[in-house]
Design a protein around this ligand. Structure first.
Ligand code: HEC
Ligand code: HEC
Length: 342
């Protein structure tokens, strides 16, 4: 752990009064300390065009008629009552096909520096454009098949024309991606932790504050930082030992190595965000761990070489629970889609 904490880390320990000699200087408050590592979520995008596109994107997000079997939409695997995940170790797509990885939450995903566990999608737009032709998601042979199905639903012509005014043929792959991404950008979930970072020290209970302190002093924060407590770097899963020895993953995923073919990327994954993490079980890229305390313990062991005590795990889990925000009011599906049967 020590090598992950730079000089700043030791200053942090000193500021928390964990080291000798800290009594002389006034201790930095935990709020101030936290502000050095994390930021509150930004405010929502505004503007009329953003609004119309996001509304269209909300419909498209739940539009299962464009999948090969008529049953799959984004909402199939990113469900409102499961913090935009599906509760499964690995997502199940068209015709019951299993995905190679776990479905992460899309709440706050607009702030990820790349998309997907292995960072193989640059943006929300690219992610949305490619999903409908995924063999284990929507199962369409090409995007033309998606456009044809959208055009067969009369209501979409007007909705696309309003969201993309002045375009001759607005029902196309690019606009599908733009509309869905505009919707996803509205899905931020501020929580009590944001209030804490904005100066309200009482927004976190003493136990949650103790967990936050542990999270910082142990060095979790070296990878899980910023507004999402993650989502901003690639790191090896298994810094101290092979991850599958702890997770029990039957077939280790080589991570970003399979995308770049570079040895430096073996078992490297995007550090996932921790917002809403108490609601996004099961954990890790393969959904191999069902319980959050166990996931935290494994992180201590394989990333930091620390055997965490149960009480520290409990405090960290309490802190992580403070990262849960309400489901955005505009997330659940609208009562009906254009021309959907009543
Ligand atoms: C069959 C289930 C399934 C469907 C349908 C699906 N997803 Fe996903 N989604 C996943 C899985 C699994 C991943 C992780 C893929 C990976 O990392 O390899 C993912 C990842 C993502 C991510 C990246 C999140 C992150 O933290 O990296 C976004 C954004 C996303 N999906 C949005 C969408 C949108 C938009 C649609 C509809 C156009 C969609 N998904 C349809 C299962 C699904
Ligand atoms: C060296 C970087 C690093 C450090 C240090 C680190 N993590 Fe992680 N964390 C990761 C990566 C990478 C993953 C994704 C692993 C995977 O599934 O491929 C992850 C995953 C997680 C997950 C699972 C999230 C999910 O949605 O599945 C939790 C919870 C977590 N970390 C908490 C912690 C805690 C608590 C600590 C400190 C005890 C910690 N991490 C230390 C890099 C790190």
């Amino acid at each position: 752990m020590r090598k992950l904490l730079g000089a700043g880390g030791f200053a942090a320990l000193a500021a928390l009064g964990c080291m000798g000699g800290a009594q002389s200087a006034p201790a930095k408050s935990l709020v101030e300390e936290a502000k050095g590592h994390f930021q509150p979520l930004p405010s929502l995008p505004t503007g009329a065009a953003a609004g119309l596109r996001a509304e269209l994107g909300r419909r498209l997000f739940y539009e299962n008629r464009v999948s090969a079997d008529g049953n799959v939409s984004c909402g199939h695997c990113h469900q409102a009552d499961l913090a935009a995940t599906d509760g499964l170790p690995k997502a199940i797509g068209v015709n019951g096909k299993e995905n190679p990885r776990n479905a992460p939450s899309i709440f706050n995903a607009s702030l990820n520096f790349k998309q997907h566990w292995r960072g193989d999608r640059e943006s929300l737009e690219e992610q949305a454009e490619k999903s409908p032709t995924g063999a284990v998601s929507y199962g369409n042979p090409d995007f033309a098949a998606v456009v044809a199905k959208l055009k067969a639903v009369p209501g979409y012509a007007d909705l696309f024309a309003q969201a993309f005014p002045g375009e001759g043929d607005p029902i196309n792959q690019k606009n599908w991606g733009v509309a869905i991404a505009a919707f996803e950008r509205t899905l931020l979930t501020p929580s009590r932790f944001d209030a804490f970072l904005k100066g309200d020290a009482k927004a976190l209970t003493p136990k949650e504050q103790a967990g936050l302190q542990k999270f910082i002093s142990l060095g979790c924060v070296s990878c899980h930082n910023g507004p999402l407590l993650g989502g901003n770097s690639f790191q090896k899963f298994g810094v101290q030992e092979d991850y599958w020895k702890e997770t029990g993953s039957p077939k280790p995923d080589k991570g970003r190595f399979d995308v770049t073919k570079s040895d430096a990327d073996l078992y490297v994954f995007k550090v996932p965000q921790l917002r809403n993490v108490e609601k996004t079980a099961p954990y890790f890229h393969d959904g191999s761990v069902a319980e959050l305390p166990k996931a935290v313990k494994i992180m201590g062991k394989v990333q930091l070489g620390e055997e965490l005590k149960d009480e520290d795990v409990a405090a960290i889990v309490a802190f992580l629970d403070s990262l849960t925000g309400p489901v955005p009011a505009n997330y659940p599906p609208l009562p009906s889609l254009p021309d959907a049967p009543k």
